[in-house]
Design a protein around this ligand. Structure first.
Ligand code: ATP
Ligand code: MG
Length: 348
């Protein structure tokens, strides 16, 4: 066996179960690459709290859910190291040092942070007195910098993410360059993002992004009947009130999903042609989509059901893996502290 050289780190916030967007955006790449790369997969519970500090039970409940999703999707615990963020104090110290590398103006310029602030305000309201940016928790504003700490704490080369996360990777790269510039080349490793086949899967409501917090998701753990129900209510071409009206395929979520999930290319092309010509009903196109989705999800449901029988073992796995992962994060932090001229932590 050859030792894999390069390292992957990526993760998810335990704010809810994982969905099809996660799958095509990032999970599928992780499953594929776990054989070639040393892979860390991090459950970002501290970052989940930036939205949920007033209801921490959400984060606690979803941590094991996300672990089950990981195992269901085919991440192999023999190959992957799972990490629970809140048990890795090195990450938080790294983040504190990185905060000095980023100006307030730069933090506010992050386009994903901007649109997430907007979403937050739509969801929760917020005062306009101070303008757009002043009523959000600082913890939320700096989460991309905290994420730079996640990535670099494990010397990651590659970060498989959805498109919305690319600005975070860019910000992480800037932090790394600054740190290396001040404290010496090679202090931190500079990561690259890797976007999946579907960089941003739309929601079943047709909105730009399927997201846990937008309530427009098909979850990996949804039972077959629930998948059928959600597909039936999917947003399509709103102008097409009857099956004999020519419809739009481009930008139509039903066809985006067909492209992403239906392996039968011939069938998909036939649907598209007939849809454009007004020769197929939504019901037929949707039934076939639900079937294709359930074919992908069925083996995941089976694996999930299996692990669900052994929840204490799943929890123990997460703790053991995290303890092992800390050997890497501690080494990275030691390296940075030494180059910054700080006293070593452990020598006392
Ligand atoms: P939340 O609404 O709580 O932010 P989320 O659905 O955006 O949840 P995250 O945990 O923030 O999920 O994201 C985890 C990973 O999945 C990130 O790499 C993100 O880019 C990717 N991802 C999330 N939603 C999608 C999507 N609809 N299409 C492609 N990738 C996605
Ligand atoms: Mg998100």
């Amino acid at each position: 066996m050859t030792t894999p050289q390069k390292t992957i780190l990526t993760g998810d916030r335990p704010t809810g179960p994982l969905h099809l967007g996660h799958y095509v955006g990032s999970l599928a790449n992780r499953v594929r690459l776990q054989h070639e790369y040393r892979t860390f997969v991090l459950i970002a519970d501290i970052q989940a709290l930036t939205d949920n500090f007033d209801r921490p039970e959400i984060v606690r409940q979803n941590t094991l859910e996300v672990m089950l999703d990981y195992l269901a999707v085919g991440l192999d615990p023999e190959r992957v190291t799972f990490v629970l963020q809140s048990l890795v104090p090195e990450i938080h110290e790294l983040a504190i040092h990185y905060l000095n590398m980023v100006t307030l103006a730069r933090a506010l310029r992050n386009p994903t942070v901007k649109s997430e602030i907007q979403e937050r305000r739509e969801r929760e309201g917020g005062s306009d007195i101070f303008g757009e940016q002043f009523d959000i928790p600082l913890g939320f504003l700096i989460y991309p910098i905290h994420q730079a700490a996640d990535i670099t704490a494990f010397d990651a080369d590659l970060v498989p993410v959805g498109e919305d996360q690319l600005p975070m990777i860019e910000q992480a790269r800037e932090v790394v360059r600054r740190i290396n510039n001040y404290y010496g080349e090679g202090t931190l490793r500079e990561p690259e993002g890797l976007v999946g086949e579907q960089p941003r899967l739309p929601g079943i409501d047709g909105k730009a992004k399927m997201s846990k917090s937008l309530g427009n998701a098909i979850y990996l753990k949804d039972p077959a009947a629930e998948v059928e129900r959600k597909v039936r209510m999917m947003f399509t071409d709103p102008n097409r009130v009857r099956a004999d009206i020519p419809g739009r395929v481009e930008g139509n979520p039903v066809f985006i999903y067909h492209d992403a999930f239906n392996p039968n290319r011939e069938e998909v092309e036939d649907f598209k042609a007939r849809y454009r010509a007004g020769k197929v009903g939504d019901v037929e196109v949707k039934n076939s989509l639900a079937r294709a989705l359930n074919e992908i999800l069925e083996p995941m449901r089976a694996r999930r059901a299996d692990w669900e029988q052994r929840l204490p073992a799943v929890e123990q796995m997460l703790l053991d893996h995290t303890a092992r992962a800390r050997a890497t994060s501690a080494a990275v932090l030691d390296r940075l502290r030494e180059r910054m001229g700080l006293r070593p932590l452990r020598a006392g």
